[in-house]
Design a protein around this ligand. Structure first.
Ligand SMILES: Cc1cc2nc3c(=O)[nH]c(=O)nc-3n(C[C@H](O)[C@H](O)[C@H](O)COP(=O)(O)OP(=O)(O)OC[C@H]3O[C@@H](n4cnc5c(N)ncnc54)[C@H](O)[C@@H]3O)c2cc1C
Length: 280
């Protein structure tokens, strides 16, 4: 699903807050740093989150510098807004960048389906399970739920700020400008695992986004995509004591896998070091 993500920093549809606070902060700092690295595909830009009523500061406001939107920044129908720096990872570029970094660090990739953890445990000293929604089958995690998300890619029309409105719970609206296109969303349909784009949803996404940003009326539709967010009541980052070897789980990141990624990776390394007694 990572390739489909709109991938702006926001702790969206991921739980619980006390667990993810540190991961979100670490990741914000690292994505901000990566936005200065050529070829990373990460862009530094602001997000404005819009609200139809006055709101108090969200819990994550202590993690990043925020300000209230001015009246002039609020589209019709909105009473409040919060503006904050929010790096955007342009996923196709960013994933290639990460893969290249992994290879340069001596990593090798082998692409195949793993039926059970036991099948690979004899070949590895440490296993980090990042199977996302696939963890439901791989480790029999019955708490996993797909959260279906549909997006529409359109041409760039000169936009440079992410706009986000999640007041409609199952139909968030977001406009994420990237270098050469914009990602428009979206949907958040719990328990729905249909992978085909729904044409009615595409029409609704375009209508809602154009209402928020009229310049999008002139944009060309490039593609529609669906991804299934790996929903879980709580992100799972822990050592699995029931495994014969060292197995660390790192899955269930819901709608914020990119926004928590570096923080969770640090947590995984710390867990491994704690068990093996090695330093970083
Ligand atoms: C429309 C949409 C918009 C989003 N926008 C954002 C956003 O703005 N910001 C944000 O932070 N997040 C966003 N997300 C959420 C984000 O995409 C996910 O949280 C994140 O990609 C999850 O990453 P992952 O690596 O855990 O899962 P995945 O990317 O799904 O990777 C899991 C991998 O494991 C492999 N796998 C699974 N089972 C097996 C097996 N048995 N054997 C071998 N391989 C296996 C899969 O093939 C896959 O390659 C969005 C999601 C969607 C759908």
């Amino acid at each position: 699903v990572s390739n489909v993500a709109a991938a702006f920093w926001y702790p969206y549809q991921v739980f619980p807050e006390d667990l993810i606070r540190q991961w979100a902060a670490v990741t914000h700092a690292e994505l901000t740093r990566l936005s200065t690295v050529e070829g990373s595909g990460v862009l530094q830009q602001d997000t404005i989150e819009l609200f139809t009523t006055k709101v108090s500061d969200p819990w994550w406001a202590e993690l990043v510098p925020t300000r209230r939107a001015s009246f002039a920044e609020l589209p019709d129908g909105y009473d409040d807004g919060i503006v904050f720096p929010s790096p955007v990872a342009q996923m196709p570029i960013y994933l290639s960048y990460l893969e290249e970094r992994f290879r340069r660090a001596g990593g090798t990739l082998s692409v195949r389906e793993v039926a059970t953890i036991v099948d690979v445990s004899s070949q590895c000293d440490v296993i980090v399970n990042c199977a996302g929604l696939g963890a439901a089958k791989l480790v029999g995690d019955t708490t996993m739920t797909p959260i279906r998300g549909q997006v529409v890619y359109v041409s760039q029309v000169g936009l440079s700020r992410t706009v986000f409105d999640q007041t409609g719970y199952e139909r968030p609206v977001y406009i994420v400008p990237r270098s050469h296109d914009c990602v428009l969303g979206g949907t958040a349909e719990y328990g729905d695992d249909r992978l085909d784009p729904d044409p009615h949803a595409t029409t609704a996404i375009l209508e809602r986004c154009i209402k928020l940003e009229p310049r999008l009326a002139g944009a060309a539709v490039l593609a529609e995509r669906v991804g299934l967010r790996p929903g879980r009541p709580s992100v799972r980052v822990e050592v699995d004591d029931s495994s014969p070897g060292l197995l660390v789980h790192n899955y269930g990141h819901g709608g914020a896998g990119v926004a928590l990624s570096w923080g969770c990776a640090d947590a995984v390394v710390s867990l491994i070091n704690a068990v093996t007694g090695t330093g970083r």
